[in-house]
Design a protein around this ligand. Sequence first.
Ligand SMILES: NC(=O)c1ccc[n+]([C@@H]2O[C@H](COP(=O)([O-])OP(=O)(O)OC[C@H]3O[C@@H](n4cnc5c(N)ncnc54)[C@H](O)[C@@H]3O)[C@@H](O)[C@H]2O)c1
Length: 247
Amino acid sequence: MIDLSSKSALVTGGGRGIGKEIAMALAKAGCDVAISDIDLQTAQATASELEGLGRKSLAIKGDVSNAADVEAMFASFIEKFGKIDILVNNAGITRDGLLVRMKEADWDLVLNVNLKSAFLCCREAARPMMKARGGKIINIASVVGLMGNAGQANYSASKAGLIGLTKTLAREFASRSINVNAVAPGFIRTAMTDKLTDAEKGKLTGQIPMQTLGSPLDVANAVLFLSSSLSDYITGQVLTVDGGLVM
Ligand SMILES: NC(=O)c1ccc[n+]([C@@H]2O[C@H](COP(=O)([O-])OP(=O)(O)OC[C@H]3O[C@@H](n4cnc5c(N)ncnc54)[C@H](O)[C@@H]3O)[C@@H](O)[C@H]2O)c1
């Protein structure tokens, strides 16, 4: 049984979807969890649910790609929780299109929200974690960062970049007992995949050895493991949660 009581975590983009499921899983293990999201309403709704579980929580509005917002986000987090044990860089977006038609603005937006955000958040979390000589950072990447995906040049590049960032920070922080790992989900049932037609879903599941899409809970369970002492000797790894799609 994983026990995260007396730990505090920040989950970016935790208002809905996979981020919300991660926040709930951490809270159920006893962790106090703050939610940061660009959408304050969903962040507040998730924070109330976490408080309903008896945990301390906080909803923070902020754009993770904006340095001033990230600085303010961490200042409010530390003011309320005093320390940061776990950082989950989950906020992410897509702006899909084939390369020849991809707008520069869509390239920049996806790289900033999915990759620059993790640089900014890790930079803020690093100092208090180094001082405490411990911490867990989990970056939510994607299998397309490992295998590429036609129509997602910006998104795949951002997730591949996130994997490079993960491995580099794992090396930089290892001597301070700060573990940095990535979780790479495959196709997960969320608002994003709900939009697909049955034919598209059939085509997707045909490529997955386990023949089914994953759930946000499947991803949250992997994050829970990487947030806990069970993974103390694991760093710089990419844990795919994809029903065997990439192996
Ligand atoms: N759904 C999948 O199948 C899948 C597969 C692989 C990886 N992922 C990754 O998992 C993560 C979560 O995905 P999801 O499907 O739950 O997405 P989602 O769109 O349901 O949730 C993303 C959350 O991030 C927030 N957000 C967006 N831009 C932000 C910004 N600039 N600043 C702060 N918050 C912001 C949104 O408001 C939302 O609450 C993403 O990083 C995504 O790339 C998802």
